[in-house]
Design a protein around this ligand. Structure first.
Ligand code: C5P
Length: 227
């Protein structure tokens, strides 16, 4: 393990800001970025396109095992391709959010994505965000952050994001969806959303993105990983 590239694991519920924080850190350090939620979302998009139901664990695991995904950077940020098609715009829709969280509860779906996720670990380092980065995928991560925020704050952030993308959503419905997804992510038998024992907890409810980045950078400094 000693000669493996270092990993910073950032876990937490949806809307806690972990994706934005992970991207900022990766840019700053010049490290690779793994948005592990995007992989579960890709499984959801592939399943929806093929008419596979969210309760068909066997078919979903097969899809996950053969996932033909590519990540790139375009003018507007990350570009995600599934079987060569740009599906970036669909990735964050509420339909895909709900489906991906159901698919992620199947142990065989999770197992099928482990190798793909660990493959992102390359020098000079990796910033990985998700639900089980610090507990299951990279238990030897050099720094583990567990980022939370109140469900209200997360729903409001999500509303803003989705509105900017032109999706027709309302706050009470988003709030209910977020609570449902939290409950599913926390209570599943395999890789539930829980902080690793050695994770640093940060509550971002009252903090700006800059303030959270600042806190993580301080922890980085203290942990001896230079930026
Ligand atoms: O992080 P994001 O909201 O994009 O993740 C979408 C869904 O994928 C989550 O609701 C969660 O159920 C699942 N997920 C997971 N493990 C991860 C990342 C995401 O179970 N490491």
């Amino acid at each position: 393990m000693a000669d493996l590239a270092p990993v910073i694991a950032i876990d937490g519920p949806g809307g806690s800001g972990k994706g934005t924080i992970a991207m900022r850190l990766a840019n700053r350090l010049g490290w690779r970025l793994l948005d592990s939620g995007a992989l579960y979302r890709l499984v959801a998009v592939a399943a929806l396109d093929r008419g596979i139901e969210a309760n068909d664990g066997v078919a979903l695991a097969q899809l996950a095992a053969g996932l033909d995904a590519a990540f790139g950077v375009g003018d507007g940020g990350m570009v995600v391709r599934l079987e060569g098609r740009d599906i970036t715009a669909r990735l964050r829709s509420e339909q895909v959010s709900a489906f991906s969280s159901k698919a992620a509860a199947f142990p065989d779906v999770r197992a099928a994505l482990v190798g793909l996720q660990r493959g992102f670990r390359k020098p000079p380092g990796l910033v990985a965000d998700g639900r089980d980065m610090g507990t299951v995928i990279f238990p030897d991560a050099r720094l583990k952050i567990f980022l939370t925020a109140s469900a209200e704050a997360r729903a409001e952030r999500r509303l803003k994001q989705l509105k900017e993308k032109g999706e027709n959503v309302n706050l009470p419905r988003l709030f209910r969806e977020i609570k449902k997804r939290d409950e599913r992510d926390r209570s599943r038998a395999v890789s539930p959303l829980i902080p690793a024992p050695d994770a640093h907890l940060i509550d971002s409810t009252e903090l700006s993105i800059d303030e959270v980045v600042h806190k993580v950078l301080k922890l980085l400094e203290e942990s001896g990983i230079s930026s």
